[in-house]
Design a protein around this ligand. Sequence first.
Ligand SMILES: Cc1cc2nc3c(=O)[nH]c(=O)nc-3n(C[C@H](O)[C@H](O)[C@H](O)COP(=O)(O)OP(=O)(O)OC[C@H]3O[C@@H](n4cnc5c(N)ncnc54)[C@H](O)[C@@H]3O)c2cc1C
Length: 387
Amino acid sequence: MPVLDEEAFRTEVRGWLAASLAGDFAPLVGSGGPGREHEFVPERMAWERLLGESGWIGLGWPEADGGRGLPWGHEVIFYEEYARAGAPARVGHIGEQLLGPTLLMFGTAEQRARFLPGILAGTELWCQGYSEPGAGSDLAAVSTRARLEAGEWHLDGQKVWTSLAQFADWCFVLARTDPAAERHRGLSYLLVPVRQPGVEVRPIVQLTGTSEFNEVFFDDARAAAADIVGAPGDGWRVAMGTLAVERGVSTLGQQLGFQREFEAVLATARATGAIDDPDIGARIVEAWAGLEVMRYTALATLGRSAGDAGTEPNVNKLIWAQWHQRLGELAVDVSGAAATLAGPGYELDNAQRLFLYTRADTIYGGSNEIQRNVIAERGLGLPREPR
Ligand SMILES: Cc1cc2nc3c(=O)[nH]c(=O)nc-3n(C[C@H](O)[C@H](O)[C@H](O)COP(=O)(O)OP(=O)(O)OC[C@H]3O[C@@H](n4cnc5c(N)ncnc54)[C@H](O)[C@@H]3O)c2cc1C
């Protein structure tokens, strides 16, 4: 199919979103974000399938693999319009943004044929099983074990902080398949069905009172022998490939989300009179300037492939995580004393949710300290920290 020019494409996306976020899906507008993961889950799953049926998943994937082969500029437009319309938080983004691109890079033809269609149709949801109680920043310390026996992988161990595992059908798991090999070398990247007797998912209640992430226990859980991405022992390279694509073109959608949050903070500051406080005024100006800088940085970075980016993604993560956390603090400060009280049943308003959820921004996707280490060692050639 001929590719529409960007403005025509924007009009098409905007029109589709306006028409589709109506009727049964109208209540989904603005739903499901951080601290609101529990909202409209079956409806958001149906929304995911509608996105799939309508060709809005895998926009940039090759046509040979079921995608639409669109240029990245079109993907950016989709994410911008998605955020602008207040369309619901995705439940399928881990499959689309992490596993799909990983299979496109490292998967066999059979794996791409088996797993990409479910992601594209929005019918199979994924979660990311990397972190463990003893392996977060130091991911190579993963101790979940897997052994190949009678044509199946058998897994034992525990993952933690596994986002959306409670809704997922599948988990991509970093597991130790060769305990004798050196740390990074003994790992493999396995595709494990979540809904089976050997897997138990226990949601963790977070500061927001809701559960985005979970503990996941494997007790002789099974995966098919063929469901390994890369060779046995090659899991570290594949896992790093997944991390390199994390965020990608959805960054500009994220920026628009930030802008909406900023506008809400500004509106509250006006409504409560907090805007007359010179200290608050200065913080609002600083937040606005930061938003502009992030937007231009994201635009400048997007065209480059993950491999060319050097430490740019680390710098960006460090900057937006700190900016967003400060915005969360500003959100409750402009609300005044009301922000210190939750509603009945620990009901939170948007400012309180933003404040509490943004405490996690400087941890997930690599903590601030880890970003600084990477920038120092790989970017600036400073001495390596003692290991
Ligand atoms: C909201 C959220 C969602 C998440 N979703 C997922 C998910 O879906 N799947 C998944 O696998 N994981 C997920 N994570 C886990 C996340 O990747 C880890 O929390 C993160 O990698 C940090 O690991 P940790 O929690 O074990 O902390 P640790 O690594 O134990 O770190 C504790 C503290 O020590 C510091 N520290 C550690 N090492 C160093 C060092 N070398 N130098 C200086 N300081 C250091 C850290 O910066 C941190 O402040 C999620 C986390 C959050 C908060």
